[in-house]
Design a protein around this ligand. Structure first.
Ligand code: FAD
Length: 500
């Protein structure tokens, strides 16, 4: 679908001048024509539809945030997501800043069967938070976190980033599980799972959700908790964005000291096999208050490929040496940066990876045992390359995550000791195909030693595979989906869908 189809009106200029709230398709849109009263868009079934400009104007009037069309100065930055591989052009972007805005945007889309993408932090690897020709409901301006220290609850607006949650909670000496890169969205991370540096102590981010306000496909605002709409509450905790737009999360918080012990220990890539085996054995002995990731990283130019462990110990200070001692004693590292750190600082220590331009492709899976066969497949097939950064990443699970029954929430993968993914990234202008091919081939060798995958780290899996990944929870999820979103308005996610 080309640009002409989305915004073909010169007089977008006229329209924009007449309706200052309706800033898209303005004087910068060279292909516009005076006569057009509608713009081309795409329905959720993929058919071409027209959106009346008068209706878009009305939508714009009903929102406190702007509606952006192609040509608006903010359109390009708003439509972009973290993974530059997904360079898409929505027909319109509803930049919602309130619950009421979300109700109006969802109603508009639902009445027209419009394709909908919901953008929280925009970190979807698979590009599910943007679309060609539909409506992007952009929550990036709908951010805010309020902490009630007495009830130890955080109230988190739907578009908030992890940094905001960590900052506000820790200001009160409290914490809840968030991911490891602080510009990730609370929304996508929590609805799909939420692994992070205190997850082995306090469970996944979704295990800490005590309620949500959610706008479902019929445009209704609902509260879902253990006492109200309890099936929906069960489903949103692991069912991703399938059931609607979450405008607010209620999350339980836990007292925690601000200072933790954290950092990285780095070895040359030649030690990969030994470090992975150490990681596997030592990982079986660690307490819940130690979080331990492993990364194997080959930057471009084939230089300085490394393997590293990343630790965050948030337990009692007098046990530090006993708990972390084995890491310090293992092998001959190039560097060891483990030291006392501020928790909020370690939470943003990986943040310089937000290019919003680089392309990325990944494959992921869970494993309950880092077997010798898995180590061999990962090490043997790992290829540094001059044009790309290649990574393997183990994120640890277990602890409190594993003590939740598989059917207590929609997240079924409680058996896993680790989530493992392989990812390749490349600079703009570089041909993506060989790099995507490399990961697919590599993963073919690794996948047999994994079981299921993290829905938040999905690339382009077939619908049957996505359904199967919900495991024993699929049928219940399907019933909830058919109750709250019978037309599958919210389909750009790890979609719950009946297959033939
Ligand atoms: P978006 O792209 O905005 O959304 C992703 C999906 O969630 C979309 O389907 C979207 O429609 C839906 N969605 C988002 N917000 C809402 C909402 N309010 N209501 C309804 N649906 C919504 N995961 C971990 O568990 N732990 C990590 O440490 C971790 N680190 C990461 C680091 C990076 C750099 C990246 C790119 C990803 C990381 N992830 C991690 C994966 C992450 O959980 C997913 O990418 C997640 O989907 C990001 O959420 P988002 O809101 O930023 O994404």
């Amino acid at each position: 679908m080309d640009r002409r189809q989305f915004c073909r009106t010169t007089v977008a200029a006229g329209v924009a001048a007449a309706y200052p709230f309706f800033p898209g398709c303005d004087r910068n849109t060279p292909t516009a024509t005076q006569a057009d009263t509608s713009i081309a868009a795409v329905s959720f079934t993929g058919s071409e539809i027209e959106l009346e400009r008068a209706a878009i104007k009305e939508l714009g009037e009903s929102l406190s945030g702007p509606v952006l069309l192609s040509g608006h100065p903010s359109y390009d930055s708003a439509r972009k997501i973290w993974n530059g591989m997904h360079d898409k052009r929505p027909a319109l972007i509803a930049q919602c800043t309130s619950t009421d805005d979300v109700v109006n945007a969802v109603t508009f889309a639902s009445e027209r069967s419009l394709l909908v993408a919901v953008k929280g932090g925009g970190h979807s690897f698979s590009g599910k938070s943007t679309c060609d020709g539909g409506m992007q409901i952009d929550l990036s301006k709908f951010r805010g976190v309020r902490v009630d220290p007495r009830s130890r609850t955080a109230y988190v607006d739907g578009g908030s980033l992890l940094a905001e949650l960590d900052h506000e909670a820790m200001a009160q000496g409290l914490v809840t599980t968030a991911g490891t890169v602080s510009h990730t969205g609370v929304g996508g991370l929590t609805l799909g799972g939420g692994f992070g540096r205190v997850a082995r102590r306090f469970g996944l981010a979704l295990d800490n959700v005590t309620g949500v306000d959610i706008v479902t496909a019929d445009g209704q605002l609902r509260h879902a908790s253990a006492d109200e709409n309890s099936e929906l509450y069960w489903g949103v905790r692991g069912g991703g964005g399938n059931f609607g737009v979450v405008t607010s999360f209620e999350m339980s918080l836990h007292p925690m000291q601000r200072q933790i012990i954290g950092g990285d220990v780095i070895w040359p890539l030649s030690a990969a096999r030994d470090v992975m085996r150490f990681y596997s054995d030592y990982g079986k002995t660690i307490p819940d208050d130690l979080y331990l990731d492993l990364a194997m990283i080959a930057p471009p130019q084939n230089s300085d490929a490394i393997i590293m462990l990343h630790a965050c110990y948030s337990g009692p200070a007098d046990r530090t040496d006993k708990v972390l001692g084995p890491i310090g004693e293992f092998g001959k590292p190039i560097a060891n940066t483990i030291k006392p750190m501020d928790y909020v600082a370690i939470q943003s220590s990986w943040d310089d990876t937000d290019p919003r331009n680089d392309g990325e492709y990944l494959k992921s899976g869970f494993t309950s045992e880092i077997t010798d066969e898995l180590v061999d497949a990962l090490v043997d097939g790992f290829e540094p390359h001059p044009d790309r950064t290649t990574q393997v990443f183990f994120q640890c699970s277990g602890g409190a995550i594993a003590r939740v029954p598989a059917d207590a929430t929609a997240f079924a993968h409680r058996y896993a000791s680790h989530s493992v993914f392989t990812v390749v990234s490349w600079k703009p202008g570089v041909d993506r195909d060989p790099h995507v091919r490399y990961i697919r081939n590599y993963w073919n060798e690794v996948e047999p030693y994994t079981r299921g995958f993290y829905t938040n780290e999905v690339a382009d899996e077939a619908q049957t595979v996505v359904n199967a990944n919900y495991q024993g929870n699929f049928d219940r999820l399907l019933r909830i989906k058919e109750q709250y979103d019978p037309t599958n308005l919210f389909r750009l996610n790890a979609n719950i869908r009946r297959t033939a």
